[in-house]
Structures are given as C-alpha cells and as structure tokens.
Design a protein around this ligand. Structure first.
Ligand code: DGL
Length: 269
C-alpha cells in the first residue's frame, strides 16, 4: 500500500543536460505530466559533454545534483546519455531522491522490441563507455549492436547550423556508415540528436529511428506513480530554467522543442 504525502509530492523534479538537448526529453515529459513542478539546468559552460573525461563528467553531475538537493527535489532526470553512461553508476547511491538516467531507464523496452540488429548514434564518451551495449545485452543478449560516435552533431544543434552543407555531409557520412550494418532500428543515443531528424529523414525514413525520450518519460511516469510520488493536484505548476552560460542562445535554439516563456537564469556551479 503506497502512502501519498501531498506536500512532499509537490516538490519539484530537476532535469539536466549539457545544453538544449535534454529539452527533447523535457518537452515530452511536460506533455504527459503537465502539472509537475520542474527545473531544467543546461550546463552550457561545459558543452559539449561528449569529449570530456569520466572524472569531469562525474564532477559536473555531482555539482548539479547537489544544486538540486538544495532545491529539495523529489527526483532528478538525467536527460543526457553521456552523463547517464559515465556518471550515473558512480553517483547513483549518493542522494536520497530518485535519479532517472536515460539509457538505463529505456534499455529494457528497446531490447524487447522485435529487432535483431540495432545501431546507436551517440557522443564519443557514451560510445567509449559501451553502456548502451551493456544495458541492451542485459535484456537481449542476441541483439547485434553497433555504436558510432558523432563528435560534431551536438555543435551542429547548439549552433543552429542545420542547413549548412558541411553539417549535411557530416550527418550523411555517419548515417551511410551505419546503414552498412543493415540495422532494423537506430537509436538516437544523445538527446541533441532528435533535433536532426528533419535532416536524417532526407536520407532514410524517420521510422528507423528510436528517440529513447518517449520510452524514458513513460518509465519515469510509471515509476513515480509506483512510488507514490506523482503530484496529484491540477494546480498550475512552476518551471524554472538555469544555464551555466549563453542564456540567449539557449532560449533561441530551445524553441524547436520547447518555447520558454521566460529567460533562463545564469547559475555557475
Ligand atoms: N545531450 C547529451 C547526451 O545526451 C550531451 C551531448 C554533449 O554535450 O556532448 O549525450
């Protein structure tokens, strides 16, 4: 029997990513749980996360989780594959609140789909960790998995230079390499990459791509419900945005996935 404490359940949920990428998760979350109080932290000063060391990524994650601890959150959503891959295993038992990492929370559902060959596009640090392969094989050890790092894609998204020929050529080159393995599905294993679907789908049908965000937000909803942590009233929630640098660029590029109704506050951790 779950006991629901309404005051405790009104505590906010904190999201974070290196930049606008995590908004691809955040926007889906707000659609399915529109009354939750939320924070979003974009760590733009350290962007991109994909070329950072494990130690640096653990450090960033700890600083953000400590910031959210001060804000008395009931949960933190690691809306970043790189941080989920490199930092989550180390910091997961250091906090009293729930921590939801995108890779580990969505692997089971992805691995249970009727597929034999799967490709993963991700950052260099995520690919290096092999956490996607580890997590998928935990649920389906027969799955053929190919991980490819795309070091330029985060900067293409954060700079908004989607239409440049150099961006298209870079995207095309990685996609062609991936298509050689004849994947049934390709995971967009970085929360920035769904912003590139309009370009990727000029080359191959968008149906081949899996954005783990859909599975992830459903998982969070179910787990909050099972833990008796869902906010139960329909009172208008608050949402607040923080960035460690470049608030204007964040607000401008965020708009593809989520229209912020106020500027993010600068907060360097
Ligand atoms: N969007 C993040 C991810 O999912 C981080 C990308 C980066 O900053 O390199 O991995």
């Amino acid at each position: 029997m779950i006991t629901v404490n309404h005051n405790l359940n009104n505590r906010p949920i904190g999201f974070f990513d290196s930049g606008v990428g995590g908004l691809s998760v955040y926007s889906k979350f707000r659609k399915i749980l529109p009354f939750e109080n939320t924070f979003y932290y974009g760590d733009l000063i350290h962007l991109p996360y994909g070329n950072k060391t494990k130690e640096e990524l653990i450090n960033y994650a700890r600083n953000i989780l400590n910031f959210y601890k001060e804000k008395d959150v009931k949960a933190v959503v690691i809306a970043c594959n790189t941080s989920s891959a490199q930092a989550y295993d180390i910091i997961k038992n250091e906090y009293e609140f729930k921590i939801y990492p995108i890779i580990q929370s969505s692997a089971k559902v992805i691995a249970s789909q009727n597929i034999n060959r799967i490709g993963i596009f991700a950052t260099e640090a995520t690919v290096k960790s092999k956490v996607y392969t580890r997590e998928l094989h935990q649920y389906n050890k027969n799955l053929f998995v190919k991980e490819i790092a795309c070091p330029n894609w985060v900067n293409i998204v954060e700079s908004g230079k989607f239409q440049d020929k150099t961006a298209f050529d870079d995207i095309n080159r990685h996609l062609e390499e991936m298509l050689e393995i004849k994947p049934d599905k390709i995971i967009l294993g970085c929360t920035h990459y769904p912003y590139l679907i309009p370009i990727l789908s000029k080359i191959v049908s968008h149906n081949i791509f899996i954005d783990p965000a859909d599975i992830f937000v459903e998982y969070i909803k179910q787990d909050l419900a099972a833990s008796g942590l869902l906010k139960e009233d329909n009172v208008q929630p608050f949402e607040d945005f923080f960035v460690s640098a470049n608030p204007e660029s964040f607000m401008e590029h965020a708009a593809i996935f989520y229209k912020l109704n106020h500027s993010p506050k600068i907060c360097i951790l």
